[in-house]
Design a protein around this ligand. Structure first.
Ligand SMILES: Nc1ncnc2c1ncn2[C@@H]1O[C@H](COP(=O)(O)OP(=O)(O)O)[C@@H](O)[C@H]1O
Ligand SMILES: [Mg+2]
Length: 447
């Protein structure tokens, strides 16, 4: 069998269809570029069949004429100088591979109109196949950039036909995508328009001081938004082990807009997780894990009032602000997942955060100096327990409280007992923390 090289052109085309597989991904990439350019307003326009014309306009810093020739070339980026910066680039910009614009240029005819604050007028540039530009003239546009891709997948007719067939579905996905970004970055105004279909127009108008709450109200309605509250948490970093992860003066914090306790967790209408304002996919990797930790915690909370339980949909929005260098962002082609250097550490603090947002009566034990808890009126522990008979009592169906924790005078003892129950948790549970009965059975008092 002869192994021979494909032409550069063919290799580029094959790679481009992987990077930009659908119009949804194309818009995601252009939208990310707009946000990375510091835009406060982004307008997305698309033709109904999703291939004839796709345009993203922003009011960001524009592209300097000295960079024009680099446009549309694969591996050309202003966001990453070398792989050494990969550990910290995720916090600075959404893009970093220098692949998207080149791929779009391979799959469509691209025109860019751009102006920086030092230019009197905008330049209209047509990207050349393979990279570089031809100047097409000047325009009176304001500072910012408009990237227009025409005739997407013209060289891939089968792909183009199938994309056109899925236009309706993809338009809905684009809207969802823009909403997820809006929720992660509520300070940016966003408009979405389908040419010739005014009924499909969607706009988000960021209001001064409105923030996440206002975004939730505009995106999901007043009812859903009013059932959530803003809750923040900063990891109190004292241990040397934690300091290593955070660098000087930087810490880990959680900015959440979380549902009030008592709603039915099965009715999660939207879960929006982000790391340093980078939206994460909630169906895989870190986003999926965060959602399952949330569910597990929220599930344990006693059901609320009839009205709370009847809530149509609950909303979770969480942004994690991370110390520099604490995660790898180069995980998924879509850049919507991260791998933490120490995931247990982050998840451990996430659990602490959830405990602070949804405190249980027993969690107040420590704050109250241990008052109010006695061993009176206890029931026996689970039948399979091999531990002392007076060390746990049922709190509610399936949940038991460890009384050793309640009566433990020192944190050391708490840690020993708790670790034997929740071996996977890097966090020492607070005195009075409850554990699922199942986990007490499997680890009961081994420590
Ligand atoms: N809307 C925009 N505003 C300003 N610069 C842009 C815009 N779109 C693209 N660019 C420039 O083009 C470069 C290449 O874009 P892209 O291929 O998406 O790569 P990346 O975003 O990974 O750097 C970017 O690094 C940026 O300098
Ligand atoms: Mg990009």
């Amino acid at each position: 069998m002869v192994i021979s090289p494909l032409s550069e052109d063919d290799t580029r085309k094959l790679g481009a269809t992987l990077a930009i597989a659908t119009p949804v991904i194309l818009i995601k990439e252009l939208f990310e570029n707009a946000l990375d350019s510091g835009a406060t307003t982004v307008v997305v326009l698309i033709s109904p069949n999703t291939v004839d014309r796709i345009e993203v306009r922003d009011n960001g810093h524009g592209i300097d004429p000295s960079d024009f020739d680099a446009l549309g070339r694969s591996g050309y980026t202003s966001k990453l100088k070398s792989l050494h910066e990969l550990a910290t680039v995720g916090a600075r910009s959404l893009g970093f591979r220098g692949v998207a614009l080149a791929s779009i240029n391979t799959l469509a005819e691209v025109t860019i109109t751009t102006r920086t604050s030092s230019q009197p007028v905008a330049e209209v540039l047509r990207l050349v196949d393979g990279g570089g530009i031809v100047k097409e003239g000047r325009a009176g546009n304001p500072v910012g950039t408009a990237v227009c891709a025409n005739n997407l997948f013209a060289n891939f007719p089968v792909r183009q036909r199938s994309v056109i067939k899925e236009a309706h579905k993809n338009l809905a996905k684009i809207k969802e995508l823009l909403q997820a970004y809006t929720f992660a970055r509520s300070g940016t105004k966003v408009a979405f328009r389908v040419f010739g279909k005014p009924e499909s127009t969607w706009c988000y108008t960021a209001q001064t001081g409105g923030g996440v709450k206002e975004a939730a109200r505009q995106l999901f309605g007043h009812d859903v938004a009013s059932r959530c509250s803003l809750k923040t948490y900063s990891a109190d970093i004292k241990e040397p082990r934690e300091q290593e992860k955070t660098g000087a003066g930087k810490s880990l914090s959680f900015e959440g807009f979380l549902p009030h306790a008592g709603a039915d967790p099965q009715k999660i209408a939207g879960a929006f997780f982000s790391v340093d304002s980078r939206p994460l996919s909630p169906i895989r990797g870190t986003g999926k894990k965060l959602l399952s930790v949330f569910r597990a915690h929220y599930n344990q909370f006693p059901p609320g009032t009839k009205e709370e339980k009847a809530t149509k949909g609950i909303l979770i929005r969480l942004n994690i602000v991370c110390p520099p260098g604490s995660y790898d962002v180069n995980v998924e082609p879509a850049k919507d997942d991260v791998i933490f250097v120490d995931e247990e550490w982050v998840i451990g603090h996430f659990k602490q955060y959830l405990l602070s947002v949804y405190p249980r009566k027993e969690d107040d034990y420590e704050n109250e100096g241990g008052r109010g808890y006695t061993t009176a009126g206890l029931e026996t522990p689970p039948a399979s327990s091999s531990g002392p008979k007076d060390t746990c009592k049922p709190i509610q169906d399936g949940l038991w409280i460890c009384l050793d924790l309640l009566t433990a005078p020192a944190r050391t003892k708490t840690a020993t007992v708790a670790t034997s129950i929740q071996q996977s948790s890097p966090i020492i549970p607070r005195v009075g923390t409850r554990f699922p009965r199942a986990s007490m059975r499997s680890h009961h008092w081994k420590g």
